[in-house]
Design a protein. Structure first.
Lengths: 248, 320
């Protein structure tokens, strides 16, 4: 059984159809890249899988559970965590507080009304471990919103990883980064997602071909092609729709 | 760290001692003023749990103050031998139930819609209080329900004395203020903050945003209800002004006057509000004008509220 199975997924926003029936299978341990031109529906697909939007039709099955139409927090606690294309962190909180939010949620202590937070030593330890995974421990008391873009992106990925998900969805993790920063981010992603199941939306083809073990091309809300990287690279339809245009 | 804790405890003990001996030095009118500050502090803190911590601006918080006040008044009036403390607790519970019902509808709406919905429910509850004369007395209100004395078996207290009433109100208010403060230090307090700072990210980190908002709405209503009950017991009279929109705006004013960014700000705001409205109204019968001017000045020029005027060094003692 695949870890994630999507069947005939469709989405329209009050009449405007964005996703026209997508089928997708993601196996355990796979590193699946989703590519396609702007407006192809990649982010919408992420938003459907993680519960931000409710599908108009179709089915999303994770680990055998039908999660179609579930709310984001339920999907998260089943083991699916995502990062955002536009950095979406707790800007007015420190790095430590950002990660502590993640740890408190993962440990299911978020509604604890009775014990003081300051007495929870194990939470502090776990929080610091999660921060050190993305290499920001020495900045733990700095406000997230005041950090450099690259560091904010690292928090974005780090928060997602701190949930220890079984399925990780990264939405354009290198968006807005220089070449150097991008390479650092790729190394970080390789390090933190090792051995885990990953779905990544990415525009940078170098990043895609380096990270992915399987690629799905989406074009105008439909799957154009899906297969191993070499196959996709050679596929003439993909060249026409996407790769070729990029070269010109 | 240790030193800081010692200083914090020392200051709190000093304040409690001052409040404890205050009735021996103050005039009756001044004791009554402190009493008013006590329940309005609790009301303002309850409002700030929602607004300052949760980012939820309610325009109808008097609804829960009023539910508490009416519940306590009606219980004491209708049921012979109703224990006073139980009636106050049930006042809080009634407000919490009211808050849970109203909150269910409100927390699913954002920003302005949330505010308008709380206002509409406030108006609805006010209309019930105004029109259901057989129970609430309508605009005649309910009076004369507080028992003459409060007995605990070994000791009996004379509630007709201003000082006794003061100790009763102050003790309950201080205990509940402590509980509210404690709440902000728990993981749930952190949850409320996280949802306020970034609701979407919180949801995608597994926080049930609507549930958290609903719970803080209900808890806040409980505290507001107890404040209302204390008001009812202190005044020994309840009418529709405990549940009207004027009171809902006054509590917003008090909270913002004091400062929403710190736990203690609203207490300062309640004190300023009670003191200045008393002072202005002794000078002129157009005192509301001056209160309005004061409020505008604070909103325009003192973004942190009155608490922002306290020197940083003094404030750092109270951090964390």
């Amino acid at each position: 059984m695949a870890l994630l199975e999507i069947e005939d997924l469709q989405k329209d926003f009050s009449g405007l159809k964005v996703i026209f029936g997508i089928d997708l299978r993601v196996e355990q341990g796979e590193r699946h890249a989703i590519i396609g031109p702007n407006g192809a529906g990649k982010s919408t697909l992420f938003n459907l899988i993680t519960g931000k939007y409710v599908p108009s039709r179709g089915k999303i099955v994770f680990k055998g559970h039908d999660i179609t139409g579930f709310s984001p927090h339920r999907i998260l606690h089943l083991g699916v965590a995502r990062s955002f294309q536009i950095t979406n962190i707790f800007r007015s909180m420190t790095i430590f507080e950002n990660f502590r939010n993640a740890i408190l949620s993962r440990r299911k202590m978020r509604n604890n009304l009775f014990s003081p937070l300051s007495r929870m030593g194990s939470i502090v330890e776990e929080t610091e471990r999660a921060i050190s995974l993305v290499g920001l421990l020495e900045k733990r008391n700095e406000r997230a919103g005041e950090l450099a873009h690259g560091h904010q992106r690292a928090i974005e990925i780090g928060l997602t990883m701190a949930m220890e998900p079984e399925l990780i969805l990264l939405d354009e993790p290198t968006a807005g980064m220089s070449k150097g920063e991008t390479m650092e981010m790729v190394q970080l992603i390789e390090k933190v997602t090792e051995g885990k199941t990953l779905i990544i939306v990415e525009h940078d083809m170098d990043v895609v071909f380096r990270l992915a073990s399987r690629i799905t091309v989406i074009y105008y809300g439909k799957v154009l092609a899906s297969g191993p990287p070499e196959e996709i690279r050679r596929d003439p339809r993909v060249k026409d729709a996407y790769l070729g245009r990029e070269r010109s | 760290m240790k030193n800081l804790l010692v200083r914090q405890v020392a200051i709190i003990v000093a304040i409690l001692l001052l409040l404890g001996i205050a009735p021996h030095f103050l005039k009756v009118t001044q004791i009554r003023m402190l009493n008013e500050i006590a329940y309005f502090s609790l009301f303002a803190i309850s409002f700030n749990l929602l607004f300052g911590y949760g980012g939820l601006l309610s325009f109808g918080h008097a609804a829960y103050f009023g539910l508490g006040a009416y519940t306590t008044a009606i219980l004491l009036k209708r049921i012979a031998g109703m224990p006073l403390l139980l009636s106050i607790f049930l006042g809080g519970m009634a407000a919490a139930i009211g808050g849970a019902v109203v909150g269910f509808f409100c927390v699913r709406r954002k920003g302005g819609y949330f505010a308008l919905l709380t206002l509409a429910f406030n108006q609805l509850i006010w209309a019930v209080a105004w029109k259901w004369r057989t129970v609430t007395g309508g605009d005649d209100g309910i009076g004369g329900f507080v028992p003459k004395s409060l007995g605990f078996g070994i000791a009996t207290f004379d509630l007709t004395k201003t000082a006794t009433m003061y100790y009763l109100t102050m003790t309950i208010a201080v205990v509940l203020l402590f509980l509210a403060w404690y709440l902000t230090k728990t993981p749930f307090g952190n949850t409320i903050w996280a949802v306020k700072v970034n609701q979407e990210r919180a949801a995608f980190l597994g926080y049930d945003v609507n549930f958290s908002k609903h719970l803080i709405f209900t808890i806040s209503s409980f505290f507001a209800g107890i404040a209302g009950s204390l008001f009812a017991v202190f005044q020994d009279f309840v009418a529709t002004n405990v549940v009207n929109l004027l009171l809902s705006t006054e509590i917003i004013l008090m909270t913002i006057l004091g400062g929403t960014g710190s736990f203690f700000g609203p207490i300062l705001g309640a004190a300023i509000f009670v003191y200045f409205s008393d002072w202005f109204s002794s000078l002129t019968d157009r005192w509301e004008f001056f209160m309005g001017a004061l409020f505008i000045i604070v909103v325009l020029y003192f973004h942190q509220g009155a608490i922002g005027l306290i020197p940083k060094r003094l404030k750092s003692i109270f951090r964390n």
